[in-house]
Each structure stands twice: as structure tokens, then as C-alpha cells.
Design a protein around this ligand. Structure first.
Ligand code: SF4
Length: 247
């Protein structure tokens, strides 16, 4: 029997929920019909807070929308909010976010130039065996698809010069299922999504490394990837060629 009683989970709003068109429900629900025309980030955030375009609103505490200024030059996209982000309602504020912040400082990227978000805006989790911890669960393709209109809207408002996919879920969602972060990490790839697009590991993967030496070495590699990003938004421009993605 599942023992979930010890986990306290706040539910999202039980009223004032934006409905989805019946056509979308038949063809796979998405948040597309919820995105207002010519929105600001504030407007998007307010509407997304009431989104129920997929079932993840039932497991997540609240919608965790992207954060940063509309004038940000770099957008970082991860997979989904984690436990801490879910409770705080803000992206990248947990241990992985703190690691990202440290790497940004070392790479010389001003936090004001950065917008952070996720391909999925609700936390998907399962309880651990003792029913005490919420364990991250990878979002499904249909959940990623349902949430994509929010990310597209964020991209349309922010129009980042550099788009950085953090981890395989974000990279494959935005750059195609054949994209391999381990093989193509740090490479500039051709994409309509932004002038410069690249992928690197998700900082949470560094936190999972058991060996401290490995973790330290991987962190340095991660900072190196971010230094490339810093170069792209400096007057130097790209120092490497752009790879065309396999179709
Ligand atoms: S995960 Fe995205 S599509 Fe699903 S309910 Fe949350 S905001 Fe809506």
C-alpha cells in the first residue's frame, strides 16, 4: 500500500481555471489556446498559473513559470521544476539552481542578462518507498508537448540571442530526438529558436555524481560551456562553427 500521508503537498487553484478547447482535447491537449495574444511575461505568468492543459497540475503544487527580464540576452531551459522550485514557485532556486548561479559567476555572465525556465512548468514526482520524499520523474512526451506553448511564448517575448538547453530532455525537446548532449555538448547548432543555440548538461546531473573529484571536473567543464555563452554575448561573437542538425 502506498504511504503518502507524510508528504504535504499543496494543490494548485481549484477555481478560475482556463478551459481547453474540445478540438485540442481530441488531438492531444496543449496549452496553445491559453496563450494570450501579444502577451507580456507578467501576463503569461498569470495565465499559466491556472493552466490545466495536462495532468501535472494535480501533482505539482503550482505552476513554476520562467524568471528573468524580457530583455535577457540568454535563455536557459531545463526539464522541469524540482522539489524546492515546486514549493517556492520559482525556477532554479534549489541546489541545481545554486550551482548554475555559481557557474554563471565563474563564467562572467551577469544574472540580469539571463532568463531561466523549463520545458515543463509543473513538478512531476513519485513518492519514495518510505513515502517521505518526492522523487523527480521524467515528464512524458505528451506532457512536454502540452506545455510547449508556454515555452514558445517565453521565447517570443524574450527573443534571446543565446538559447542554452540544460540536459537531454530540454535538448531533445527543442533540438530533436536525435540530439545527443554527450556527443554535441557545447556545439553551436543551427536552429530557428535563437541566433545561437547550444546544449550542455543539466546542473542537477553534477549533483548526482558520487565522486567529488569527478564532480569538480564536471563543474569546470560546465563553466567552460558557459564561458562560450559569455563569448557569444560579448563583442567577440562565436569562436566555433555552427553545426546543422540532422533531420
Ligand atoms: S505542466 Fe504545463 S501544460 Fe501541464 S498543467 Fe502545468 S503548465 Fe499546463
Amino acid at each position: 500500500m502506498k504511504r503518502l500521508r507524510s508528504i504535504s503537498v499543496r494543490r494548485g487553484p481549484s477555481h478560475n481555471v482556463v478551459s481547453i478547447s474540445s478540438r485540442e482535447q481530441k488531438g492531444g491537449r496543449t496549452a496553445a489556446s491559453l496563450v494570450p495574444p501579444n502577451p507580456s511575461l507578467e501576463k503569461l505568468r498569470a495565465v499559466a498559473a491556472r493552466c490545466r492543459a495536462c495532468d501535472l497540475w494535480k501533482t505539482g503544487t503550482q505552476t513554476v513559470f520562467g524568471e528573468g527580464q524580457a530583455s535577457a540576452r540568454v535563455m536557459f531551459v531545463g526539464e522541469q521544476p524540482g522539489d524546492r522550485e515546486d514549493l517556492a514557485g520559482r525556477p532554479f532556486v534549489g541546489p541545481a539552481g545554486m550551482l548554475l548561479d555559481r557557474a554563471l559567476v565563474q563564467a562572467g555572465i551577469d544574472r540580469d542578462q539571463v532568463y531561466v525556465t523549463n520545458v515543463v512548468k509543473h513538478f512531476k514526482w513519485v513518492a519514495d518507498e518510505r513515502g517521505k520524499r518526492r522523487i523527480h520523474k521524467k515528464p512524458s512526451a505528451s506532457e512536454i508537448n502540452a506545455c510547449r506553448p508556454w515555452l514558445d511564448a517565453e521565447l517570443a517575448v524574450v527573443k534571446p540571442e543565446v538559447l542554452v538547453c540544460l540536459g537531454a530532455t530540454a535538448a531533445q525537446s527543442l533540438l530533436g530526438r536525435k540530439f545527443s548532449v554527450s556527443r554535441q555538448r557545447g556545439e553551436l547548432v543551427h536552429s530557428e529558436l535563437a541566433r545561437y543555440v547550444l546544449a550542455t548538461v543539466h546542473p542537477s546531473s553534477l549533483l548526482r555524481m558520487p565522486d567529488e573529484k569527478d564532480r569538480h571536473a564536471e563543474f569546470e567543464r560546465f563553466v567552460d560551456d558557459l564561458r562560450k555563452v559569455a563569448g557569444l554575448i560579448s563583442s567577440r561573437g562565436p569562436s566555433s562553427t555552427v553545426t546543422k542538425l540532422a533531420s
